[in-house]
Design a protein around this ligand. Structure first.
Ligand SMILES: Nc1ncnc2c1ncn2[C@@H]1O[C@H](COP(=O)(O)OP(=O)(O)OP(=O)(O)O)[C@@H](O)[C@H]1O
Ligand SMILES: [Mg+2]
Length: 325
């Protein structure tokens, strides 16, 4: 079952020096209960897409077009008070800078309680506190009964991240958007936190949209993956299919860029060239200036996302233009 349907979403930043088309016509489905990974180089629009789902794109950014259907209703059209009911309740988010999500002057417990009460005013403070303790236990914080009375600075980086996850899970969201939730944490804690999210996903039947640079993490945890390049979704499919047989030359380049794969073992082979300026992207396929396989139409015609054989397999590249397209 599809939980979230993003259709032709456009999110632009109206900056002094031009309009930055950070997300420019992205369509994507997130299914109920699935672990979906979104990858792509820095600056390709991943966070902008994640923020747009909760209508939290900061100015000068604005949704410039498209729809985001959640249970069949376009959440981009909802009045702000209805959106506030969804945000932090049915859809919640772990932001790219998680420590900024914690308020230093309130205890961890108070912050969880506040999140619960904001959406469930009928719950008593006592019950909310009990739930806060339960949540801290759920995310693997030992001594939860005592630690709800502590402040964020009394928590280690990994424990703070778990607390942020506890807040995000406080109201049993149907969709959790996790934007680089483990950046700045060491790899052991990273693995613990992702394993935890995966367990909670199964237990709570929640969908996760994980935004990451890390292909290893995508390989290990996600069911499906979408690859973004310069504001566009260029490839999507089951993770196993995309990683073992990438179709788009950009995906092929990204996979070649991880140590031990493609190029020389243990060496990171970068894709030559740089991500284009999104205020003035190249015409045609945005990847064409860097693409080793470009041919005639690539610098003029924009490739559409077309279906390929294989479950939910799609790619936007002129190499795969079917006879019908
Ligand atoms: N406030 C802003 N004003 C103008 N441009 C912005 C703003 N925020 C982001 N952008 C631009 O939008 C584009 C997409 O940025 P975004 O943060 O969504 O990328 P990202 O894929 O999440 O990158 P990263 O992997 O580094 O987090 C970039 O070109 C960025 O410079
Ligand atoms: Mg980002």
């Amino acid at each position: 079952m599809t939980l979230l349907e993003i259709r032709d979403l456009k999110v632009y930043y109206y900056a002094f020096d031009g309009v930055v088309k950070a997300v420019d016509g992205v369509s994507l489905d997130i299914k109920s209960g699935e672990f979906f990974g979104l990858i792509g180089e820095s600056g390709c629009g991943k966070s902008t897409l994640g923020n747009a789902i909760l209508r939290l794109v900061p100015p000068p950014g604005r949704v410039a077009g498209g729809s985001i259907y959640f249970h069949g209703e376009d959440i981009l059209q909802l009045p702000e008070d209805r959106m506030r009911e969804i945000r932090g309740d049915r859809i919640s988010m772990i932001f790219q800078d998680p420590t900024a999500a914690l308020d230093p002057v309130y205890t961890i417990g108070d912050q969880i309680v506040e999140t619960i009460l904001a959406h469930n005013p009928e719950v008593s403070k006592k019950d909310a506190e009990a739930r806060a303790i339960e949540l801290l236990k759920l995310v693997g914080i030992p001594g939860a009964e005592a630690r709800i009375h502590e402040y964020p600075h009394q928590f280690s980086g990994g424990m703070r991240q778990r607390a942020v996850i506890a807040i995000a899970l406080a109201n049993n969201p149907e969709l959790l958007i996790a934007d680089e939730p483990t950046t700045n944490l060491d790899v052991t804690i990273e693995a613990q936190i992702l394993t935890l999210l995966d367990e909670l996903r199964r237990k709570l039947n929640m969908s996760i949209l994980l935004i990451t640079h890390n292909i290893g993490i995508v390989a290990e945890y996600t069911d499906r993956v979408g690859v973004m390049y310069a504001g566009k979704l260029v490839e999507v499919g089951r993770t196993v299919d995309v990683l073992t047989d990438p179709k788009h030359p950009y995906t092929q380049g990204l996979l070649g860029a991880i140590p031990g794969r493609g190029g020389r073992k243990g060496r990171v082979t970068e894709i030559p060239g740089t991500v284009p300026n999104l205020a003035n992207p190249p015409p045609g396929c945005r990847f064409h200036p860097r693409c080793p396989k470009r041919f005639d139409p690539c610098d003029q015609e924009e490739p559409a996302l077309v279906r390929l054989p294989g479950e939910g397999r799609m790619v936007a590249c002129h190499l795969y233009r079917g006879p019908e397209s």
